[in-house]
Design a protein around this ligand. Structure first.
Ligand SMILES: Nc1ncnc2c1ncn2[C@@H]1O[C@H](COP(=O)(O)OP(=O)(O)OP(=O)(O)O)[C@@H](O)[C@H]1O
Length: 232
C-alpha cells in the first residue's frame, strides 16, 4: 500500500536520507528501529509531506504522491502522530477529536461511537482540557484523534517516549486492535524493544539514513539478532 523508492531528503544542504527504499503491505505493522539521529523522524516527515524529498518517489496504493501536502495525504487516508504527540492543550478532548474529523474525506462531523467505545477514558473526560492530561493520556488522545480521520495507514513516531509503563502496555493493546480488528496498516517508529516485539509483523532497521537490515517477527524475539542488527 505504501512504497518509498530511492528516497533522499535532508535539511538545507545537509542530507539525512540516502536512497531509502521499502514497501509496506496492507495490514502490516512495520516497526522502524534505529538509534537516535539516524533519520527515522525525517523518513516519517517525508512520507507525510512535511519534508519534501530531494529525489526519489513515494507511492500510495500505486499512486505517485511524492511532494503531496500533508492535508492531501490525510484525505487520501494517511494519519500521522508526531513525536511529542501534537495534541492541542488548550482544547478539550472532544474538540481535539473534532479536529481529527477534518482529515476525513466523507465530510462526517460527529465523532463515531466506536471511538468512544474504544477509548472509555476519553468519554469520561470529554470536556477536560487536553493540556491537563498526563503525557500518556495525551498519547492515547493523539491515537484516538488520528483514528477520527478514518485512516487506512497510520504513521506513529515513538508513541512510548517518556510514557509510564502501564500506558505503554495500553498502547501495545491498541496497536493489536488496530492490526487485528481494524485492519489498519501501521508504520511505527519505536525505540522501546518490548513494544516493538509485541506489535511488529516485520521490522526494518535504519542506520545513518539508510535501511541497514530487516528482522522478521520471529527474529525480533531473539535478543542476539536484534542487538546485532542494531549494532549494540
Ligand atoms: N529541523 C531540522 N533541521 C536540521 N537538522 C535536523 C532537523 N531535524 C533533524 N535534523 C537532523 O537530522 C538527523 C536525523 O534526525 P531525525 O530526527 O530524523 O532522527 P531520528 O532517528 O528520528 O532520531 P530520534 O530518535 O532522536 O528522534 C539528525 O542529525 C538531526 O540532528
Amino acid at each position: 500500500m505504501l512504497a518509498a523508492r530511492d528516497l533522499k531528503a535532508g535539511y538545507g544542504h545537509v542530507p539525512v536520507l540516502h536512497d531509502v527504499s521499502f514497501s509496506l503491505t496492507k495490514g502490516e505493522t512495520l516497526v522502524l528501529l534505529g538509534r537516535n539521529g539516524v533519520g527515522k523522524t525525517t523518513l516519517l516527515k517525508s512520507l507525510i509531506g512535511i519534508t519534501t524529498p530531494t529525489s526519489g518517489e513515494i507511492l500510495l496504493n500505486d499512486e505517485n504522491v511524492t511532494g503531496w501536502a500533508p492535508h492531501k495525504l490525510a484525505y487520501a487516508g494517511v494519519a500521522y502522530v508526531p513525536q511529542g504527540r501534537g495534541i492541542f492543550g488548550k482544547l478539550t478532548v472532544e474538540e481535539n477529536l473534532l479536529v481529527g474529523l477534518r482529515s476525513r474525506n466523507d465530510g462526517r462531523k460527529t465523532i463515531p461511537d466506536e471511538i468512544w467505545d474504544m477509548f472509555p477514558i476519553l468519554r469520561e473526560r470529554i470536556d477536560q482540557l487536553a493540556g491537563t492530561f498526563s503525557g500518556g493520556q495525551q498519547q492515547i488522545l493523539a491515537l484516538a484523534r488520528a483514528l477520527c480521520g478514518a485512516p487506512e495507514l497510520m504513521l506513529l513516531d515513538e508513541p512510548s517516549e517518556g510514557i509510564q509503563p502501564s500506558i505503554v502496555q495500553q498502547i501495545g493493546d491498541l496497536l493489536k486492535t488496530f492490526n487485528q480488528d481494524l485492519n489498519l496498516t501501521v508504520l511505527l517508529v519505536e525505540q522501546n524493544l518490548e513494544l516493538a516485539k509485541r506489535s511488529a509483523t516485520r521490522c526494518l532497521v535504519m542506520e545513518k539514513g539508510r535501511i541497514s537490515g530487516q528482522l522478521s517477527k520471529e527474529d525480533l524475539q531473539d535478543e542476539d539478532k536484534v542487538f546485532k542488527a542494531l549494532a549494540l
